[in-house]
Design a protein around this ligand. Structure first.
Ligand code: FES
Length: 114
């Protein structure tokens, strides 16, 4: 399933998308790294289980570029989703496998090379 067009996700940008996971609709956070790679996490904070955005798709960033949960301010590194400051320090966002192909971000790991 295609989640987004790559052009909708600038480098170091964040995007919220909806996708079915285990049969239930979930909000996902997509992040496009400076090297062009895309990572995804569930839009659920490990602290209290709330969404991280303050309005749908609107995310706070720290001066250092970390993703900041809008509820109680936990900060997450965008290279691995680990909480580096705040009430759930040491925990991590739940990663979701995605891959890029044909100018889009797709749900699931990249198919194995043949
Ligand atoms: S719910 Fe995110 S810091 Fe509390």
């Amino acid at each position: 399933m295609a989640l987004a067009a790559l052009e909708a996700l600038p480098r170091d940008g964040l995007l919220a998308v909806e996708a079915p996971l285990d049969g239930a609709p979930e909000s996902l956070i997509l992040h496009r790294a400076a090297d062009g790679g895309v990572r995804a996490w569930l839009n659920v904070c490990p602290h209290a289980g709330r969404r991280l955005d303050y309005a749908p798709g609107m995310f706070l960033r720290s001066k250092a570029g970390e993703l900041v949960c809008a509820v109680h301010g936990a900060s997450f590194a965008l290279d691995d989703g680990r909480c580096v400051a705040g009430p759930c320090r040491g925990e991590s966002l739940r990663a979701v496998a995605v891959h890029c192909a044909d100018g889009r971000v797709w749900l699931g790991a990249a198919p194995a090379a043949q």
